[in-house]
Ligand binder design. Structure first.
Ligand code: ATP
Length: 286
């Protein structure tokens, strides 16, 4: 086999709590992660160039060693001791960038899966996750996907039942947020309002859609929404169009709504798209 194409899915956070800080400066988290249908197409092709090259249909995505997909390929060869005879990665980018949707991490995870197939290394998932963690805290989750409780720095994953199927409208306002700056503004010790993560886990276990929607909560939203009024504006539009719940994902600024009704989801998409072009109508991957 010479070429593998993988759908690299985006993730959303149903909950996100910052629980503390490690001596190395990393924050510890407790969060429920969920894959959605929106995805990049990552195609990995073996060749004889002796190098790793990358192309992407969006000019603002870096194509050199700054791209997490390129770093994933380099790390795969380093960790397995295999020789890179040459590799080309092509990314069709649909996931908004620097948006709280793990776009780079999911491309990196796709490259690790693709290389494991192309080189017939058949690495256990735990080993792939160990390699992925060196690239970023979200990469192990992206290797597994689905619905997970993520703890530690995001790498300690427990599979949980997915929410009942629903539609998702994702909206990324046109500014980027620095994940580091958002973390810096949060003091885990003094946070007073936190997500009801245990309640969310119970709602998921019971298949209680309303319970899931009522418990969507992200401690990072307070920081980002205070600086950018667009977050509140997007939430208001999602809820007024009939979303049963709406919240910001990750460190933002993408904000999403959950809809049991496809027509209401489409109406929200159509209301937001002219104002915020980076709006997407998708669904939970359950
Ligand atoms: P997370 O949710 O993990 O914080 P994110 O959605 O906030 O991720 P990304 O989309 O991964 O952020 O992009 C963050 C930065 O990484 C951007 O500045 C981008 O230039 C860079 N980057 C590196 N590789 C990629 C990639 N494959 N796709 C998109 N961005 C990438």
């Amino acid at each position: 086999m010479n070429e593998v194409q993988i759908a690299a899915h985006a993730k959303i956070n149903l909950t996100l709590d910052v629980t503390g800080r490690l001596p190395n400066g990393y924050h510890t988290v407790r969060m429920v992660m969920q894959s959605v249908g929106l995805h990049d197409d990552v195609t990995v092709t073996r060749n004889s160039s002796g190098a790793v090259t990358l192309t992407c249909d969006k000019a603002y995505v870096p194509t050199d060693g700054r791209n997490l997909a390129v770093r994933a390929a380099a790390l795969f060869f380093e960790e397995t001791g295999l020789t890179n005879e040459g590799l080309h990665i092509d990314i069709v980018k649909r996931i908004p960038v620097a948006a709280g949707l793990a776009g780079g991490s999911t491309d990196a995870a796709a490259v690790l899966h693709a290389l494991d197939t192309l080189y017939e290394t058949d690495l256990p998932l735990e080993r792939l996750c160990e390699i992925g963690l060196k690239l970023g805290a979200d990469v192990p989750y992206c290797l597994l996907g689905g619905t997970m409780l993520a703890e530690g720095i995001g790498e300690a994953l427990t599979p949980i039942l997915p929410p009942p199927y629903c539609h998702v409208v994702l909206c990324k306002p046109p500014f980027a947020v620095s994940t580091a700056a958002v973390y810096a503004a949060i003091d885990a010790e003094t946070l007073t309002v936190r997500p009801d993560t245990d309640g969310m886990l119970a709602a998921l276990a019971a298949g209680d859609y309303a319970g899931v929607c009522h418990r969507l909560y992200n401690v990072m939203e307070t920081v980002t929404a205070a600086r950018h009024s667009e977050i509140g504006q997007i939430k208001d539009t999602l809820l007024s169009c009939g979303a049963e719940g709406a919240v910001m994902s990750g460190s933002g600024p993408t904000t999403f709504g959950l809809f049991s009704n496809s027509e209401k989801a489409r109406a929200a998409y159509e209301a937001l798209k002219p104002v915020f072009p980076d709006t997407h109508l998708t669904e939970l991957l359950v």
